[in-house]
Design a protein around this ligand. Structure first.
Ligand SMILES: [Zn+2]
Length: 468
């Protein structure tokens, strides 16, 4: 991340304030622990499941080659109508993002809490006419689905923990679409809970439900929504307890080597220069041993030459496409400096032009996360009887794409979805329920935080990263 100064200073300021406020927040959360939550969530558990099963019947596959699919439009309209009927300030944007805002009902200023999820499903697996298969009191035996698909302990060790519990699978002819109908069901059931229980205390809450996540474009039109939380969580994770707190920064770097056009047979006179030798030299020198993907584990990144191209019949031009991944932006910047030095010297050596273009793809959410995010997640999980398992993902997340656009990080919370993008996709009913409970707990965890009036809300002072 190219830290812009005011933003960085804000982070430092917020962090210092947070250190001062942390003990108060902790005390607040203990004080706010409401035993009646146990009863309240138990009441909504069957509602959540029923809603999830209903949503599995909504076709909502996204497509790589379409801005929005008719199935997504239909699903967005149904969800919008359902949420609006609950009486909340709800918007359906031009690009079918659903946005909901709930005003604060506490007197003191709190951070704006954001929740995100996505209603589209992957185009990679059959996803029309889904028939969910509910298995109550799972007996531990292999689950045989249509078309020869089988779920068992070998392929899914986590199933062992589901014995005696309720799980949902597809019938084997399609995916289940728990990714991310689980997250959407949690959001809408949370809204219903708030509507029917106005005594629940919360600060300002913003919810966004996006299209096109599974084709990597969930952040594309986020600017047209007013979604600008201070402290945010994405509900699209998997196993009970998992909280994704970090991910790769990702950049794509294109080098274009431009030689000189002309006929080879008169190159000595017309100055023709092939682009391939300098391009190959640049490709080879940039493949530094310590940056190879096979040397990269944990939070260490890599740089890879993804592919090289040439325009057919035009040997004077070559294109190199590098993909850079690292948890630390400084590593990516160091690689870019190194590559640029080499590009400059190769351009000189062969008397060609070498141009560079950099595309940021997604960003590590840990680079600008609210100082209370971890404490809020930890308390919310523990109060739902869940042991937090904070982890880092060697990939991008929806939150990391939103991070790039909004400049604010979010953690990804488990939802009970398993084996996504597969005929053997399944859902743990208990994990989905616990995730809903966690979301509910987050409301009063954040309501217990106090941010001084001096801290302006991000939403009112929002400047798009490109304008900073
Ligand atoms: Zn997802």
């Amino acid at each position: 991340m190219k830290f812009n100064k005011p933003f960085y200073l804000w982070s430092v300021f917020i962090a210092s304030v947070a250190l001062f406020l942390a003990p108060l927040a902790q005390a607040g959360s203990v004080q706010n622990h409401r035993p009646e939550h146990d009863e309240l969530v138990a009441k909504y558990r069957p509602v959540l499941m029923e809603r999830f099963l209903k949503y599995t019947t909504y076709d909502s596959q996204s497509a790589n080659d379409q801005d929005i699919t008719p199935e997504q439009i239909e699903t967005a309209q149904k969800l919008f109508a359902e949420i609006k009927a609950l009486g909340f300030n709800t918007q359906l944007t031009e690009h079918y993002y659903i946005y909901v805002e709930i005003p604060s009902n506490v007197a003191h200023p709190t951070p704006v809490l954001g929740f995100s999820s996505h209603y589209d499903t992957t185009p990679d697996v059959a996803g029309k006419n889904i028939h969910a298969n509910v298995i109550k009191k799972y007996d531990g035996n292999p689950i045989v689905l249509k078309n020869g698909h089988v779920l068992d302990f070998n392929t899914d060790p986590y199933l062992k923990q589901m014995v005696g519990k309720t799980i949902v699978t597809s019938d084997g002819t399609t995916m289940l679409s728990g990714d991310d109908k689980a997250g959407v069901s949690i959001m809408v059931t949370l809204l219903q809970t708030l509507k029917e229980n106005p005594q629940l205390k919360h600060g300002k809450v913003q919810i966004v439900i996006t299209p096109n996540e599974d084709v990597g474009r969930s952040a594309d039109y986020i600017e047209e929504t007013p979604y600008r939380p201070d402290l945010a969580f994405d509900f699209d994770g998997k196993v009970n307890g998992e909280v994704t707190v970090g991910n790769f920064n990702a950049e794509k770097v294109i080098y274009r080597v431009k030689g000189v056009n002309g006929h080879q047979s008169h190159a000595a006179e017309n100055g023709y220069r092939n682009a391939w030798k300098p391009a190959c030299e640049l490709g080879a020198i940039c493949a530094k041993e310590e940056w190879l993907p096979n040397k990269s584990t944990g939070t260490q990144g890599y740089a890879e030459l993804h592919h090289m191209n040439m325009v057919e019949g035009k040997m004077s031009e070559a294109e190199l496409d590098f993909r850079l991944r690292s948890f630390k932006q400084a590593d990516i910047d160091a690689w870019k400096d190194y590559a640029q030095q080499k590009a400059d010297s190769i351009a000189k050596k062969y008397d060609v032009q070498i141009e560079r273009q950099v595309f940021k793809q997604y960003q590590n959410v840990a680079e600008n996360i609210h100082p209370q995010a971890r404490a809020v997640a930890q308390n919310a999980l523990r109060r739902a009887g869940v042991t937090p398992h904070f982890q880092e993902e060697r990939a991008g997340t929806t939150a990391s794409m939103l991070m790039l656009k909004l400049g604010k990080g979010a953690y990804t919370i488990f939802t009970g979805q398993q084996n996504a993008h597969n005929f053997t996709e399944w859902l743990s009913e208990e994990d989905m329920f616990k995730s809903y409970w966690v979301a509910l707990n987050m409301l009063d965890e954040v309501a217990a935080l106090r941010e001084p009036d001096a801290l302006p809300h991000h939403a009112d002072n929002y400047i798009h990263p490109s304008e900073r």
